[in-house]
Design a protein around this ligand. Structure first.
Ligand code: ADP
Ligand code: MG
Length: 612
């Protein structure tokens, strides 16, 4: 993979060299006294500038795409040469190739930064060795190793389940988002997400050969999720280019019979028409505008998975947030432990949370520590929005909120204050751990600004009333809904969408994954968020910084502005040159400017999106 990226770079630099050569030859041509030699120098310049264009046009023809911009450029330049306009022919090629070069370079650099971001998320694998699990890089795991995969984690390597059962989300691989049950003996594909059970898997393939590595390659090379504007431009060019070509043929070979005049003049007019009306300014610059914006976003720590999400985001009027880990830091403090059996409360909480990625789990495992036997854990289930159930040494353990206890009909002394977590052993509540979380600084700031822009704001959380109320008040959110299960969150988002809101949903947990998928734009927290959420989202905030919303607003506004500028500018220059051509002021130089010059300016304008 590395190699191919470097190979591409080399190619691009070669392209630039060819263009520079061509320009040097173009200058030398001016100092050549002999006409014959000058033509020879021009042709050499033409070959340097045009080689890539010919190659690409040939590729196009192989793919049955006859009328692409490359093809237009070739007809135009060849035509110009047949009527002796050598310098113009070379210039068309030089400008066009340079535009393509700039575009390639911009696309490449943004693709690289996106790739870097993706690689960040293949962090570690829990590998079994000498009685315990060690964290290793996926590349260090061997065939036959046993790995532990906890709920919410991405399955990093292909393998077979040897212990536990679970459901997995294979959407990345199959496009099918319905979770699939997996039991002992079933094969798992890397790249899918382990949803609710904790499982031990025997690895069957090295990381390099794994399905997941293949997917990363795919993401790098695909342009899925192209924006509507981009698709529109491609379709427009498909019709526009043949029409332009045909019209110029008519101008060259029919007009002389209708209006009289010299063939040579009409051919010249036709070529001016052909060159001036080539749509490459638009075709080149629109996709580039999206790439440049995505690349700019990535510099701010925002991973955008496709141009269309930028469009959707621009229309967003309803901002919906998960609470824990999204608006709050997700760094719970243990405020109190209420129990007559303190040691066992802490111990069982520790055993249960040791495999969870929930922010609450992190607080527990950071604060307590107990040695226990991993092999004694069976039937481990992460019940989203509620807590955890498992068997330890054949004792039934529950750790979670009042909803979990209600589900199992367990009585408890429940006074609602902060985020509560009960510990239940064999049907008896033995203690309660009270936890508290604080809002991110960036959340307060963001909500203030969104309010001033009259956006709708809603907080959806699985936590209880008092904890939610306290956080909502601190951040300044008046519309908050609490004690929600994942399916309740989905329901709210569907309702918002039905009332014609364009909804952006922000979340960090596995429980948010379905909501992230159905929102118009799903945004996940890349640092503390769980893999399932990150995979299901369209945009990832790699530093979990809510101020990134404001960056996105700025980026999408600027994107719209620059795409519009390019459209208006390109079309008006083209119309001007075409009108002049029609009324008798034909100039190949004007046409070259209207086409390649404008394309270049549009590309440069697009590159501005990468800057501040
Ligand atoms: P939010 O929607 O605010 O991000 P979640 O849906 O992740 O919250 O969780 C909702 C509630 O479910 C938590 O407040 C907690 O009471 C309970 N819960 C979820 N996971 C766990 C866990 N691993 N341990 C204990 N309680 C949990
Ligand atoms: Mg959350």
């Amino acid at each position: 993979m590395e190699k191919s990226v470097k190979g591409l770079d080399l190619n691009i630099e070669n392209d630039l060299l060819k263009i520079i050569f061509s320009v040097i030859l173009l200058i030398i041509a001016h100092f050549v006294a002999s006409d014959k030699i000058r033509v020879f120098v021009f042709i050499a310049a033409y070959v340097f500038a045009g080689l890539e264009v010919y190659k690409e046009a040939f590729e196009g023809i192989k793919n049955k795409d006859f009328f692409d911009e490359n093809f237009l450029m070739i007809i135009a330049s060849l035509g110009a040469m047949t009527i002796g306009q050598f310098e113009e022919a070379v210039s068309v090629m030089v400008f066009y190739s340079f535009g393509e070069y700039m575009e390639d370079k911009a696309v490449d650099s943004s693709r690289d930064s996106i790739k870097d971001l993706l690689d960040l998320k293949i962090d570690y694998v829990n590998v079994y060795a000498n009685g315990s699990y060690e964290k290793k890089l996926p590349g260090q795991v061997n065939i036959g190793d046993k790995i532990l995969i906890n709920p919410g984690e991405k399955i990093a390597l292909d393998g077979k389940i040897v212990k536990g059962d679970t459901t997995v989300d294979q959407k990345n691989l199959t496009g099918e988002s319905i979770p699939i049950e997996k039991n002992v003996g079933d094969l798992l594909m890397s790249g899918s997400i382990n949803l609710d059970g904790s499982i031990v898997v025997k690895v069957t393939k090295k990381y390099e050969d794994s399905t997941y590595s293949k997917i990363i390659e795919l993401v790098e090379n695909s342009d899925t999720g192209k924006s509507k504007t981009e698709k529109l431009v491609k379709r427009f060019a498909k019709i526009y280019t043949p029409v332009v070509t045909l019209t110029s043929v008519v101008v060259a070979f029919v007009m002389p019979f209708v209006f009289g005049g010299e063939f040579k003049d009409w051919i010249y007019k036709a070529l001016v028409f052909l060159v001036a009306s080539c749509p490459c300014a638009i075709v080149l610059s629109v996709p580039l505008c999206y790439y440049a914006s995505i690349s700019k976003a990535s510099k701010e720590g925002i991973l955008v998975k496709g141009g269309n999400y930028l469009d959707n985001f621009r229309f967003a009027n309803h901002f919906v947030f998960d609470k824990t880990g999204t608006l709050t830091k997700g760094e719970f403090e243990i405020i109190d432990i209420i129990s007559d059996d303190l040691e066992n409360t802490k111990k069982y909480a520790y055993i249960a949370e040791n495999r969870s990625n929930h922010p609450i789990a992190k607080a527990i495992t950071n604060n307590f520590h107990y040695n226990f036997d991993n092999d004694k854990i069976t039937d481990y289930k992460d019940i989203r929005g509620k807590g955890i159930s498992l068997k330890y040494d054949n004792e039934n353990i529950l750790v979670g909120n009042h909803k979990l206890l209600d589900e199992y009909n367990i009585s408890y002394d429940y006074s609602e204050d902060a985020t509560d977590m009960f510990v239940v052993v064999d049907g008896k509540a033995i203690g309660k751990i009270v936890l508290g979380d604080t809002p991110k600084e960036s959340s307060k700031y963001l909500i203030e600004i969104l309010k001033s822009q009259n956006k709708k704001i809603t907080m959806l959380t699985g936590d209880n009333k008092s904890a939610s109320e306290s956080i909502a008040n601190q951040i300044g959110i008046s519309d908050y809904r609490y004690s929600l299960l994942p399916q309740d969150k989905i329901k709210f988002i569907e309702d918002f969408k039905k009332s014609n809101d364009t909804v952006v949903f922000f979340g960090d947990g596995v429980n948010d994954a379905p909501s992230l998928k159905i929102a118009d734009v799903g945004i996940s927290m890349g640092a503390a968020g769980e893999d399932a959420a990150i995979e299901s989202s369209d945009i990832v905030f790699l530093n979990d910084d809510m101020k990134n919303v404001l960056d996105l607003i700025k980026i999408t506004k600027k994107l719209k502005k620059i795409v519009t500028q390019n459209f208006v500018f390109a079309l008006s220059v083209k119309l001007l040159v075409l009108t002049l051509n029609l009324i008798g002021y034909s100039s190949m130089w004007a046409a070259v400017f209207a086409d390649a010059g404008v394309a270049l300016l549009c590309v440069l304008n697009a590159i501005r999106l990468m800057k501040d």
